[in-house]
Write a protein that binds this ligand. Structure first.
Ligand SMILES: [Zn+2]
Ligand SMILES: [Zn+2]
Length: 348
């Protein structure tokens, strides 16, 4: 088994060769066919998240040496003696946001919020490799006719966008919501919003090129918050305020623009990890009855629901940039420098 691991934070990934692991108990060994490189891999490799104001939070869980990579698709090649529900040759997406399995969150189906996570590609070796060990077949999801390289992206960017949109379902009154940020995950959010809410969202971004992409992805209107009249524009388009905003940027300015653009009782869902600090007068919360909710990836049940929608061909693909697994370190660096247009995918 070949993998590219973080040996030291902030230093080049190093190739590690080892015998293939033998699955024990309920474990499944998957031969990786494609693995996405996510922006959070850059933070995990650096060893911290930027909280703004010069503050940094260490990314917990990555204890080097560790193979990053949590967007994995592959073929089942070996099963532990108690692994039922999968068979050799199955082509599956790996759900990576695995919990301890014993706490009340895990028992309620919210493994992705577990306080002692066992995430593949963070706490456990992940997809920057040609094989990966998955603890149980229940974390394997079929992807039917979705192209293999595209399928892996649903394990993180897909489920992140899907779960955020699900958090505002039923509160939009049939009107467009606001999506902040038209990067890769934001564009997926536009597509899920159209499908799940039945209304194309309004999209805001400070990059005119990205607004163009948002229009192509079907945005009902686009706004550049740098425009001094942007607040008024949003109020005019939304009839006094949107019911919900999903902030895929997660910066001080984007969160403030989204929050201030809400109607009474509206909800801001923050997904992005750009960083910074967002302040509001405390009295604004009761006076406007607004909610601010964070959203990080999604649950196994959401994964299953999303894959039904994706397999039915209801979500158009995002652009992919294919690289060899041997280019893992270069791909990570290119992503860090903003040189990758679309989703970088490693092919072993
Ligand atoms: Zn990710
Ligand atoms: Zn747990």
């Amino acid at each position: 088994m070949k993998s590219y691991k973080v040996i030291e934070f902030g230093q080049p990934l190093q190739r590690v060769d080892a015998p293939n692991p033998v699955p024990q108990g309920t474990e499944v060994l998957v031969r990786i066919t494609a693995s996405g490189v996510c922006h959070s891999d850059v933070h995990l490799w650096e060893g911290y998240f930027d909280l703004g104001g010069g503050k940094k939070a260490p990314t917990k869980g990555v204890a080097p040496p560790k193979a990053l990579g949590h967007e994995i698709v592959g073929e089942v090649v070996a099963l532990g003696p108690n692994a039922s529900g999968a068979k050799i040759g199955d082509q599956r997406i790996v759900y990576p946001w695995i919990g301890c399995g014993n706490c009340w969150l895990c028992k309620a189906g919210d493994e992705h919020m577990c306080a002692t996570p066992q995430t593949i590609g963070i706490n456990k070796d992940g997809g920057f490799a040609d094989h990966v060990l998955v603890p149980h077949p229940r974390y394997l999801f079929a992807y039917d006719n979705v192209p293999t390289e595209l399928a892996c992206t649903y394990a993180c960017s897909g489920i992140t966008a899907f779960s955020a949109v699900k958090k505002v379902q039923g509160m939009d009154g049939g009107k467009p919501i606001l999506v902040m940020g038209a990067g890769g995950v934001g564009l997926m959010g536009v597509k899920f919003a159209k499908t799940i809410l039945g209304q194309a969202p309004i999209v805001a971004d400070i990059d005119e090129k990205k607004l163009e992409l948002a229009k192509q992805a079907g945005a009902s209107a686009v706004i550049n918050p740098k425009n001094p009249d942007a607040r008024k524009e949003l109020a005019a388009i939304s009839g006094g305020g949107v019911a919900a905003c999903i902030d895929f940027v997660g910066a001080e300015a984007s969160a403030a623009f989204g929050f201030n653009g809400l109607r009474t009782g509206g909800k801001l869902v923050i997904v992005g990890l750009f960083g910074g600090t967002f302040t509001q007068p405390v009295a604004m919360f009761p006076l406007t009855s607004r909610t601010v909710q964070g959203s990080m990836v999604g649950s196994p049940a959401e994964m299953a629901e999303m894959m039904q929608i994706v397999s039915a061909g209801k979500i158009e693909p995002v652009p992919l940039v294919k690289r060899s697994l041997d280019d893992a370190d270069a791909a990570l660096q290119d992503l860090r420098k903003g040189l990758i247009m679309g989703r970088a995918i490693l092919i072993p």
